[in-house]
Design a protein around this ligand. Structure first.
Ligand code: SAH
Ligand code: SF4
Ligand code: F3S
Length: 457
């Protein structure tokens, strides 16, 4: 479905006089960040201008509900805005994104946060202009809307803030129903964008000078599984190969692949590519096969290690992962399996979480006897192992030369510049402004846990 904004002209005219400002507060993952760029694109196409957290008129909260603290964040921020809304003119509050797809949240907003103007779910940017126009021009507030349409919206205006790196969504939704996870309930079923649309977007970005593309999806390697007709059989490996051919794009990244779908054709595509980053995010979640089964992850400890080891045969590859500790019923012994996999693989980055029960998921109904303090202790031990291993992984990079996209001046050291290597490591080095946005070769001189120091060669 093509995005059409029939309120654009009317709203722009209104804004020529009123010059309303907008502020977007994004919670959650990179998919939400990408959606926020689209909301910014829509708002600016209607004459709204960027404002600050203090001086704006339209406040848009793009919400997340992956863990409980994400919810608390929203209600805290709404509480802070209430006074502004009730005492000043021309203040409009919009809530969009994953949280609004949950009935109990919608009820809570209707009951306790009646000053909110617009509430929209995921996948309904097409109706955002109308709801916003009605709120601003006709003082209409619409709180009962919840979208479950699972549409796929193309040609939504998008406002990138970065000049050299751009994210591009390739697949929306998730079919996996991992038992701890709320995403399939709030983002709907998998919908892959047509390769023609994706390749056209990326070609345009390349012409605009973008060097690095991040492909986004909850499960990027099930891209294309839902195709019928002319695109049937077109999958993630083929998409990567076609993006590789686009002149100007130098680095291709993607997040997140699911270990169960990590086929050899994708691994070989990475190996043979000159552009795909030497970094793969491979979410482990748990290293114990029984816990993985209870999580409905559809792979075992052995299968995970097989995929990780195959990936590690690609020279200079770096692996990152997500791990949940304290899933209902996880025993100490089972947790030790997670540490065992971490020790075995050697991840350069680990995003670690304590399990957070999500209403409506199967996991939330499972018995859980592990005290919270014990879960915190497991998290601490995982963190300690990771920090013990990281210097050795970094050390292996010292003396070697890597391609780095120069991003700009270092925030902490005025004479130095910063960028990321293909392995997604932060590298600090001496350079000058003329190199910003260019990919340079850097020899690594030393490691400093969270960053590396190097010299341009
Ligand atoms: N689609 C991605 C994950 C997206 S959510 C994948 O399958 O890897 C990002 C991460 O949040 C997950 O990998 C998981 O580690 C964590 N997560 C999801 N639900 C959670 C929950 N209920 N409690 C704690 N962590 C959770
Ligand atoms: Fe959630 Fe699993 Fe889907 Fe990832 S694959 S979004 S963890 S249900
Ligand atoms: Fe959160 Fe939705 Fe992403 S729940 S993690 S913003 S898909």
């Amino acid at each position: 479905m093509r995005f059409v904004n029939s309120f654009k002209d009317k709203m722009t005219k209104f804004n020529e006089e009123h010059k309303l400002k907008y502020y977007i507060d994004t919670m959650g993952c990179q998919l939400n960040e990408n959606d926020s760029l689209k909301y910014a694109g829509i708002l600016e196409s209607m004459g709204f201008v960027p404002g600050t957290e203090e001086d704006s008129n339209v406040y848009l909260f793009n919400t997340c509900c992956i863990r409980e603290n994400a919810e608390n964040t929203l209600f805290g921020r709404l509480g802070m805005l209430k006074k502004k809304k009730l005492t000043e003119d021309n203040i409009y509050i919009c809530i969009v994104g994953c949280m609004t797809q949950q009935e109990h949240i919608l009820e809570k907003i209707k009951k306790s946060y009646r000053f909110v103007d617009v509430v929209l779910g995921t996948s309904c940017m097409s109706i955002f202009p109308e709801k916003l126009y009605n709120a601003v021009v006709n003082s209409q507030r619409k709180l009962e809307y919840i979208d479950v349409s699972n549409t796929l919206e193309e040609e939504v205006p998008i406002k990138y803030t970065d000049k050299y790196k751009a994210s591009v969504s390739i697949i929306y939704g998730c079919n996996n129903f991992c038992t701890y996870c709320i995403v399939p309930y709030v983002r709907g079923r998998e919908r892959s964008r047509n390769p023609q649309d994706i390749l056209a977007d990326i070609s345009r970005l390349a012409q605009d000078g973008y060097k690095e593309i991040m492909l986004l999806g909850q499960n990027v390697n099930s891209y294309g599984n839902d195709f019928t007709g002319e695109n049937e059989g077109y999958g993630f490996a083929k998409l990567l190969q076609d993006i590789e051919k686009i002149d100007g794009i130098e680095i291709i990244r993607f997040i997140s692949p699911h270990p169960k779908d990590f086929n050899d054709d994708v691994i070989e595509t990475i190996r043979n590519s000159k552009k795909i980053a030497r970094q793969v995010h491979l979410p482990l979640q748990s290293g114990n096969s029984d816990v993985l089964k209870a999580m409905n992850r559809k792979y075992t400890k052995e299968r995970f290690l097989e995929v990780a080891n195959k990936l590690k045969t690609i020279p200079d590859i770096s692996l990152s992962t997500d791990i949940i500790v304290g899933f209902p019923g996880e025993t100490e012994e089972q947790f030790l399996d997670t540490l065992d996999v971490v020790r075995n693989v050697g991840f350069d980055q680990i995003y670690m979480f304590i399990y957070s029960p999500r209403e409506g998921t199967i996991g939330a109904k499972m018995e859980d006897h592990t005290p919270y303090e014990e879960k915190v202790d497991r998290l601490e031990r995982l963190k300690a192992l990771y920090e013990e291993m990281l210097p050795k992984l970094n050390e292996a990079m010292v003396g070697k030369t890597y391609k780095v996209l120069v991003e700009g001046k270092s925030k902490t050291n005025d004479n130095m510049y910063t960028g990321r290597s293909s392995q997604n490591k932060v590298v600090i080095f001496e350079a000058d402004d003329s190199l910003i946005g260019k990919v340079v070769d850097i020899r690594i001189d030393s490691q400093h846990l969270w960053y590396l120091k190097g010299t341009i060669v």
